[in-house]
Design a protein around this ligand. Structure first.
Ligand SMILES: [Zn+2]
Length: 193
């Protein structure tokens, strides 16, 4: 008798075959494998990587100092925070907008390609990397909040403003698309040969 786990609530069922059925605990349709899970998640990760480029290249913030407004990208913003000795904010913004998304995208890309090409990496390691990525995913929007909070804190001598636009929308899309890619990925295929 095959054992099948619900992808949504992880309840394990013992069924006579691999036909689809509805989970009696969460009403989620349980399938043996999510259709084209790897292909869809891989396509989403590639889209997220491409969207990360405009998020970095286009200005994200407006900094007004002595009445002069300059636009700055995320990285330039981090550098200005460092120049104004706001080290904590600089680190938080850098980690949230560069370190976390890059680690997530590279990690997911690595897991997905490792399922296509033979890579020396145990299935357990792949699962641990995936779980880690899934966990940090929830914290990626943090820098939008941090910069918004900063805007109110540092108004004493200079003014930081979030400038919506291409960079902010692209960054938000990167975060959301990466989350969908991780959510839609069927970890059970790691164990398929
Ligand atoms: Zn369920």
């Amino acid at each position: 008798m095959p054992l099948i786990s619900c992808k949504n609530c992880h309840k394990v069922f013992e069924k006579p075959n691999y036909d689809n059925f509805v989970c009696d605990r969460c009403n989620h349709v349980v399938r043996k494998r999510i259709h084209h899970s790897l292909q869809v998640s891989l396509a989403l990760v590639i889209s997220a990587i491409l969207l990360y480029i405009p998020a970095m290249v286009y200005p994200m913030m407006e900094i007004t100092k002595f009445g002069v407004t300059t636009e700055s990208t995320i990285i330039e913003g981090v550098i200005s925070f460092l120049e104004y000795e706001n080290y904590f904010i600089a680190i938080v913004v850098f980690v949230a907008s560069v370190v976390i998304p890059v680690v997530k995208l590279i990690g997911l890309l690595l897991i997905f390609t490792s399922l296509k090409i033979r890579v020396k990496m145990s299935n357990k390691t792949k699962l641990v990397v995936f779980k880690f990525i899934d966990m940090i995913g929830k914290w990626s929007m943090i820098d939008i909040y941090v910069v918004a909070i900063m805007a109110s804190i540092v108004q004493m001598d200079e003014l930081f403003n979030i400038k919506g636009g291409i960079a902010a929308s692209s960054f938000a899309l990167v975060v959301v698309i990466t989350m969908i890619a991780a959510y839609r990925f069927d970890t059970r295929i790691i164990w398929d040969e």
